[in-house]
Design a protein around this ligand. Structure first.
Ligand code: CA
Length: 229
């Protein structure tokens, strides 16, 4: 059974997340304190950590760094639960090592989709790395960096390839422009958010049957994009 640890000091949120995850078949353990949470990470070795930032004891960003620097826990995926604004900047700016973050308040449906997406990702050093991402007639090979649509090879730029891979890895999950920028362009330098829109447009020209009526990469107004297959 997949074990998820929630470290969060808002009681109502813990209760809601626990109910949702338990109903979806996950085993859930919780802590409302940073130091105790870190102990649980070490003793329980959960499959996923949901981590609040402002916590009594030890804050979430410190926990994240400690987990990433410890060989016995560094592979455990982490989703940060954050407040809007400056906390998001901290996660992105400090290269905290989180796998994903979700901004409060969030819907439980979106939350569950994020959890599933992170758990689906191949973990370094665990099992055979997944080489191919396949969705309907689209096939992407991560090692050869080739993309085929109905067995016809597509010519994609490096960034288009990385963007498509990120979208396909997170099928049915809404990815914000910020998250796409961080994942595809990296945390290191500033890129205009419209860069994402431009690359999505180019990508649609190549993978959509009718780029003016996209059915694969869907625009989610005011948020970002969702890959639907
Ligand atoms: Ca908190």
């Amino acid at each position: 059974m997949t074990k998820i640890l929630i470290i969060e000091d808002e009681e109502t949120l813990i209760r809601n997340l626990t109910d949702k995850l338990s109903a979806d078949g996950y085993s859930v353990i919780t802590s409302m304190d940073g130091e105790e949470g870190l102990e649980l990470i070490r003793s329980e070795k959960p499959d996923l950590i949901l981590l609040d930032i402002m916590l009594p004891g030890l804050d979430g960003l410190s926990i994240c760094r400690i987990v990433r620097n410890d060989a016995s826990t560094m592979h455990i995926p982490i989703i940060m639960l954050t407040a809007r604004g400056t906390e998001v900047d901290k996660i992105v700016g400090l290269e905290s090592g989180a796998d994903d973050y979700i901004v409060k308040p969030f819907g439980l449906g979106e939350f569950l989709a994020r959890v599933r997406a992170v758990l689906r990702r191949p973990l370094p050093g665990r099992g055979v790395p997944q080489d191919e991402l396949i969705s309907n007639d689209l096939r992407l090979s991560l090692t050869s960096r080739r993309v085929y649509k109905a067995d016809t090879a597509l010519k994609l730029s490096n960034k288009e390839f990385d963007l498509l891979a990120e979208l396909m890895r997170n099928q049915d999950v809404v990815l914000s422009r910020d998250l796409i920028l961080a994942k595809v362009w990296g945390y290191d330098y500033y890129v205009d958010k419209r860069t994402v829109d431009v690359h999505v447009r180019w990508l649609r020209e190549k993978i959509e049957d009718d780029p003016s009526k996209p059915k694969r990469i869907i625009t989610v107004r005011g948020v970002g994009y969702r890959f639907e297959g």
